[in-house]
Design a protein around this ligand. Structure first.
Ligand code: KG4
Ligand code: ZN
Length: 340
């Protein structure tokens, strides 16, 4: 089965074609980072408008890249939620209209299910069950994955997501947008031990996170620092070290509590080198394997939606009406294995 995947939940328009026999045929992406940069964050209305502009040209390029035409697509999967409602609706309208015109099945996919299954697109996919750490601008989740639709949320951030904390701290330090890459580059020249910043919930047994106290601590530090230019790299490094410390210690606890030996990292913060180095060392100590989707599938993309949709379509699921609806909020715990 050949499935077209469409992702428009936030500020990336992604499209891909996944073949259940041959694997990924093609994937294309348009990032809106430049569009939102001057505002220091995603402007929902601008995001929706830009998705509308990009969808049709991206469909042409994904088909050209795969050397296929529309008649060779068997089904369409789109991100139904969670995400920005206007942005989601552009992809849903596009996918459902196209599926209706082509008279093929269509399915709405949970964005986080896409992220959780993204490592399955790699040549050597991780073996189930595994533990996933999803760290992006919108989410910080620890999830146990036992199979399609079998996800157990073990821990999550109770306030800011890890990526959001990076972005906001970068702003406090006068670095660019999106802040994560800029902050971690600045941190490379800094001393991570210079400032003792808070590490919330580290001593508690539970697996939840909180990053807002850390952000406030950086704010106070910046306010009382006379020469920010001289201190910037050390503050960035100390902040990064605090986030990495919390993430890695909670992940190790989760691996031990669940008796799992496979960890998967997904989401934009997964690109952070200090986090990667720490998790590599910690997993080695625990005798656990560590897997990452390739960088372009760590962040939002159409391939993960095509893949997750294909798994559910193959199990016999598809949308049973042509109404265009999305879910800005959609609890991952509502997901279930397909009813066969
Ligand atoms: O998964 P993603 O591309 O988009 C969603 O949020 O869905 O993640 C983006 C987040 C941003 O907050 C960005 O600052 C962060 O990932 N990020 C990083 C790095 N690269 C991206 N954070 C820390 N270090 C990085 N190298
Ligand atoms: Zn995402």
């Amino acid at each position: 089965m050949r499935v077209l995947g469409v992702e428009t939940s936030c500020d990336e328009t992604g499209m891909a074609i996944y073949d259940s026999h041959q694997g990924l045929c093609a994937h294309v992406l348009h990032s809106q980072v430049q569009l939102h940069a001057e505002y220091g964050g995603v402007v929902p209305e601008l995001a929706s408008r830009d998705h509308i502009l990009r969808l049709t040209p991206l469909l042409d390029s994904v088909l050209a890249q795969a050397k296929l035409d529309l008649a060779q697509i068997d089904a369409i999967a789109y991100t139904e939620g969670p995400g920005l409602l206007g942005a989601l609706l552009t992809g849903a309208a596009f996918a459902k209209t196209l599926a209706f015109a082509l008279d093929i099945p269509v399915i709405g996919v949970h964005h986080m299910e896409g992220h959780l299954l993204a490592p399955m697109l790699e040549e050597h996919p991780p073996k189930l069950p595994y533990l996933a750490l999803l760290v992006s601008g919108g989410h910080t989740l620890i999830v146990r994955v036992d199979g399609l639709g079998q996800y157990q949320l073990l821990g999550q951030s109770l306030d800011d997501a890890a990526g959001e904390a990076f972005d906001k701290t970068a702003q406090l330090l006068g670095l660019g947008y999106p802040g994560g890459p800029a902050l971690s580059q600045c941190a490379q020249n800094g001393n991570p031990a210079r400032y003792a910043l808070p590490r919330s919930f580290l001593k508690s047994e539970h697996l939840d996170f909180s990053f807002s106290g850390l952000k406030t601590a950086v704010l106070h530090l910046v306010q009382k620092t006379e020469d920010l230019d001289a201190a910037r790299a050390d503050i960035a490094a100390s902040f990064e070290e605090a986030v990495v410390d919390v993430l890695s210690q909670k992940i190790c606890r989760a691996l031990q509590q669940q008796n799992l030996k496979q960890l998967v990292i997904a989401g934009g913060v997964g690109a952070n080198l200090r986090l990667r180095a720490r998790l590599t060392a910690d997993c080695a100590k625990l005798g656990a394997k560590l897997a990452y989707p390739r960088i372009e599938f760590c962040t939002d993309n159409g391939a993960m939606i095509a893949y997750a949709g294909a798994q559910r379509l193959l199990a016999g699921e598809h949308s049973t009406n042509w109404q265009i609806s999305c879910r800005a909020r959609w609890d991952m715990q509502e997901l279930a294995p397909p009813l066969i």
